[in-house]
Write a protein that binds this ligand. Structure first.
Ligand code: COA
Length: 137
């Protein structure tokens, strides 16, 4: 059984760490504004398998630290979680949603209608592009 619900920032940290930055200390995945975010978790039979965090600035939303446990990747959980986040973002009257996408995730985000909106930026040894989804188009 799949359940998606809001969780505390601290509940996202172990998955963020394990999936995204396993070679850094866990503090590396704690965001300074984590307490201001909305954090969503997807549970399969009570196991937390995917997390994503939404930060709202006026009418603009940005999601960050989207991670599915490696063992559970490629099974549609990330798609379910991102669709859930998009529905909630629309309810919150957000007009556009953006993310800094790892190059490996660009195609995944394009399936949701997100478009590349910046040049490549290099940070912490990885390349990213900003991607955007305009809800009003
Ligand atoms: C990006 C990420 C969060 C996606 O989560 P996910 O749970 O694997 O997402 P999905 O399973 O919905 O989709 C991923 C792939 O599985 C495929 N898929 C979707 N539903 C599926 C299903 N029912 N059965 C099999 N495959 C499926 C998708 O087509 C997609 O294919 P791709 O490998 O060609 O991209 C995950 O890959 C991840 O954590 N990556 C590492 C961290 C990262 O890069 N995060 C994003 C930073 S910008």
């Amino acid at each position: 059984m799949i359940e998606i619900k809001e969780i505390a920032a601290s509940e996202t940290w172990p998955l963020r760490h394990k999936v995204m930055w396993p070679n850094k200390p866990i503090d590396f995945v704690v965001l300074p504004n984590d307490t201001e975010g909305l954090h969503f978790g997807l549970f399969e039979k009570d196991i937390l398998v995917s997390v994503v965090s939404l930060f709202i600035d006026g009418e603009e939303g940005q999601f960050r630290k989207f991670a599915t446990d490696d063992y559970f990747q490629g099974r549609g959980y990330g798609t379910k979680l991102l669709n859930h986040l998009i529905v909630d973002a629309k309810k919150l009257n957000i007009k556009s949603l953006k993310c800094n996408a790892r190059m490996t995730a660009i195609e995944f985000y394009q399936r949701f209608g997100m478009k590349v909106a910046s040049d490549i930026v290099r940070k912490n040894g990885k390349d990213y592009v900003m991607m955007e989804l305009d809800f009003e188009q």
